[in-house]
Design a binder for this molecule. Structure first.
Ligand code: TRP
Ligand code: SF4
Length: 326
């Protein structure tokens, strides 16, 4: 079975955007590939180095979110990056052969530095983010990396680093990783901006039903539909994007007709959506509650799969040392 690997930074509880953008796919891949999924806590430190304690606490939250949607520790190798020191050794060695210019021209690097103004991101760790990410991937010889489009430049750098390694040391130790893109449905935040926990506009996987209801009730609609008697256009309405994900065909045509002909109000439309989101979240939250009971210490819960990951990584690093005669 080909190996798949992906990671996520523990930056907060996960929302439905994470589910439809990544986790749903991770769950499906579990049956077709040898999947390795890990918590990229070192990567979270690259931007959040001032608050390491937040990151530590969020590791368990994130594992609970993963398990709640069907990531299965019996099928997949789940682990924490910082508990596998070999990533750091391979990162260090790769940093010797990676030109700084490759990192400086990386589009995500430039974008995030422009976007995040309240933090000092002139640190070396942030610049070298894609090198650590490369180590994460190639240390397991992962062939496929399910990621969002925003991560493709990082994978391009990973392939370039692999080629340079092979060129310099006359080997072909590593697999050049490929991205696995999925169709990500459009789901904006409830205020019409990009969905993000920090904006408070996201529906979290562990969100209370009352709070879901409130967020959807106040959710932005087609801004041209001011009165109930005004016809609306579902195609420009963020609420309808949610219906595309959560509602069945019959419900969608009820909403489309009712909206275009002004025979239903936005409240009627949202009621259907609320019902569907709640029934989507219900089993997820039930599963989360079960795991909350089972998992006391995260390290203990992950111990077997962590060990497996560490052993694979140790094997790769051993080969690398041999190639470099170090
Ligand atoms: N950069 C990824 C993100 O922000 C997280 C990540 C770190 C990752 N290392 C990785 C993803 C290796 C895939 C493979 O989501
Ligand atoms: Fe949007 Fe529904 Fe209102 Fe139409 S009826 S504008 S789809 S919320």
């Amino acid at each position: 079975m080909d190996r798949v690997l992906s990671g996520m930074r523990p930056t907060g509880k996960l929302h439905i955007g994470h589910y439809f953008g990544a986790l749903k796919n991770w769950v499906e891949l579990q049956d077709k590939y040898d999947c390795f999924y890990f918590i990229a806590d070192w990567h979270a430190l690259t931007t959040n180095y001032e608050n390491p304690e937040d990151i530590i606490a969020l590791r368990k939250e994130m594992i609970l979110d993963w398990l709640s949607v069907g990531i299965d520790i019996k099928k997949s190798t789940l682990f924490v990056q910082s508990k596998n020191i070999y990533h750091a050794e391979l990162f260090l060695l790769l940093s010797m052969i990676t030109p700084v210019s490759w990192l400086e021209r990386c589009p995500t690097y430039k974008e995030i530095r422009n976007e995040i103004k309240d933090k000092d991101l002139s640190n070396l760790g942030f610049l070298s983010y894609p090198v650590l990410q490369t180590a994460d991937i190639i240390i397991y010889n992962a062939k496929y990396v399910p990621v969002g489009v925003d991560q493709l430049p990082h994978l391009e750098i990973s392939r370039e680093i692999v080629r340079r390694f092979h060129y310099l040391y006359n080997g072909d130790l590593f697999v050049e990783p490929e991205g696995l893109l999925t169709n990500v449905p459009k789901l904006l935040g409830t205020d019409g901006r990009k969905m993000s926990k920090s904006y408070g506009n996201a529906i979290m996987l562990s969100e209370e039903p009352k709070s879901v209801e409130k967020k959807i009730k106040t959710m932005m609609t087609d801004t041209n539909r001011k009165l109930r008697s005004d016809p609306g256009n579902p195609e420009v309405c963020p609420v309808f994007d949610y219906h595309k994900v959560f509602s069945d065909e019959e419900e969608r045509s009820f909403v489309t007709d009712g909206c275009k002909n002004a025979t239903i109000g936005c409240i009627d439309c949202k009621k259907v959506l609320i019902k569907n989101i709640l029934s989507f979240l219900e089993p997820i939250q039930a599963k989360r509650a079960e795991y909350e009971k089972i998992i006391d210490d995260l390290d203990e819960f992950l111990s077997k799969t962590q060990q497996k990951a560490n052993d694979v990584a140790a094997g790769t690093v051993k080969k690398v040392r041999k190639v470099l005669r170090i």
